[in-house]
Design a protein around this ligand. Structure first.
Ligand code: PFF
Length: 454
């Protein structure tokens, strides 16, 4: 008997699953620090414009490709055009680069959760805490980022090995709305900190002088990351989507949810950060980096009533959001290996775990013992983040636009969208996928390459 491809049973089921993959550390950890660094309101505006034009185009194209071909990304690209088989491989490589360092940050979240759980959370609210935690020196390895990273990876591996992700997903579906509500409460509280209103202005009001190609570059990289685009994931999700599921409507909902959540996360962190820096936004720009969430939030909790309890609940929910994302990232790699190398799920999962541990260890030690080896002048974690978001994803996105816009033609996507309702932003889609998106992506790539190798 031919095996039927299983599918999501309801439209909302699809939206929730895709949103579950999209919402993660990208929204809570990555978005706020990029927004703080690249000019607050200017970054926010650029990001929103890109999300409703560019992000929309790519997401609808990827989901439509998946639903039409009923294949995951390697097979899907090849079935559209034989010459594009390599693109599926390239896209699949992105999760291989992201997963290890994603797990390192997952480990940081666990460390902070552990501190709050044991009642020591407020001690993390010092300027140097995060720096000295990540700048681990090897002799006393216990309790360092290495330990937390290994624990985090093993939790992921256990879930992937025993296939209990359905359970995790159920829990996270209930917890996700709680995380949104808690984030709104924390954001509201942050705004009451003296000086936070200046921070809110920095975060919401765009200023022309802050705009540069680097703002666009950072916003675009973030868009791919946050919406799980240009890495084959949405193609796979699309392949499980039912034909009568209104595609455009679902895409809009995923976008609104993902972007809305990122905006709230920024609201929680940036105004407070500006307040703690005495209103000096140039200081905010300079110091915003991978540690932002960990440096600022404990200070917010410190000034709150029941700060320890709120911090505990918060980091627990962040951990859950991170886990659902990293499990689906790891699962993607495992299923590619099972499909292509024709080995069983167990050996594949073990192989992936070892790979993640080895590769992630570089990122883990990159702020400490390995700080001297700085590829392209960056710490390992930032380097992997850069390679995937600023180089590989734009290349995958560019080639996807060429394939859809000029080789198979946008009609393929349009027909697929229209099998389940009208396509309201059809004109926008066609112009974006054929011209604007590829030209922008080329400009972005050229800028990056000139910056580093020019
Ligand atoms: N989009 C996720 C985030 O913003 O954290 C990251 C991610 C998760 C990417 C799962 C891909 C994926 F399959």
């Amino acid at each position: 008997m031919k095996k039927e491809r299983s599918s999501f049973t309801s439209r909302i089921g699809f939206v929730l699953a895709a949103a579950g993959s999209a919402v993660g550390l990208g929204n809570l950890w990555r978005f706020p620090y990029l927004a703080a660094k690249y000019g607050g309101g200017t970054f926010l505006l650029v990001y929103i414009i890109l999300a409703i034009t560019f992000g929309f185009t790519l997401m609808i194209a990827e989901i439509a490709i998946g639903r039409k071909t009923r294949l995951s990304c390697i097979g899907a690209y090849r079935s559209l055009d034989k010459r594009f088989g390599f693109l599926g491989w390239l896209a699949s490589l992105v999760p291989v680069i992201i997963t290890p360092y994603y797990c390192v940050i997952g480990g940081w979240v666990m460390k902070y959760l552990a501190e709050f759980l044991t009642g020591n959370g407020l001690e993390t609210a010092s300027d140097s805490y995060f720096g000295s935690f990540t700048a681990v020196s090897l002799p006393g390895i216990l309790g360092t980022p290495v330990t937390w990273f290994v624990i985090y990876v093993l939790i992921n591996a256990t879930v992937v090995l025993f296939g209990v992700e359905k359970g995790i997903e159920k829990v996270s579906r209930v917890m996700m709305p709680v995380l949104v509500i808690l984030s709104i409460i924390i954001a509201g509280y942050s705004l009451t900190i003296p000086g936070a209103i200046d921070g809110l202005k920095y975060y919401l009001l765009p200023r022309m002088e802050d705009f540069s190609i680097y703002t666009v570059l950072a916003a675009m990289g973030q868009l791919f990351y946050s919406m799980s685009l240009a890495m084959g994931i949405m193609i796979t999700y699309g392949s499980y989507m039912q034909k009568d599921n209104m595609l455009e409507h679902s895409v809009t909902q995923i976008e609104v949810f993902d972007t809305g959540f990122a905006i709230i996360a920024g609201m929680m962190i940036i105004p407070a950060m500006v307040a703690f820096s005495g209103g000096d936004t140039s200081l905010v720009r300079e110091s915003a980096g991978a540690g932002l969430m960990f440096g600022v939030l404990p200070k917010v909790f410190e000034s709150m009533l029941f700060g320890n309890v709120i911090g505990t609940v918060f980091f627990l929910l962040v951990l859950l959001a991170a886990l659902t994302s990293s499990i689906s990232l790891m699962e993607t790699i495992v299923s590619i290996i099972v499909d292509k190398a024709k080995i069983g799920r167990k050996p594949a999962a073990i192989l992936v775990t070892i790979g993640v541990l080895l590769l992630g260890m570089l990122s883990c030690l990159g702020y400490g013992p390995l700080a001297a080896i700085a590829p392209l002048g960056m710490a390992f974690l930032d380097f992997f983040d850069f390679i995937s978001n600023s180089i590989m994803m734009p290349i995958v996105a560019f080639l996807t636009c060429i394939l859809v816009g000029h080789i198979v033609g946008p009609k393929m996507v349009i027909d697929e969208v229209e099998t389940s309702g009208t396509f309201r932003r059809k004109k926008l889609f066609v112009v974006m996928v054929r011209w604007i998106a590829p030209v922008m992506l080329l400009m972005i790539l050229a800028t990056e390459i000139l910056k580093f190798f020019g």
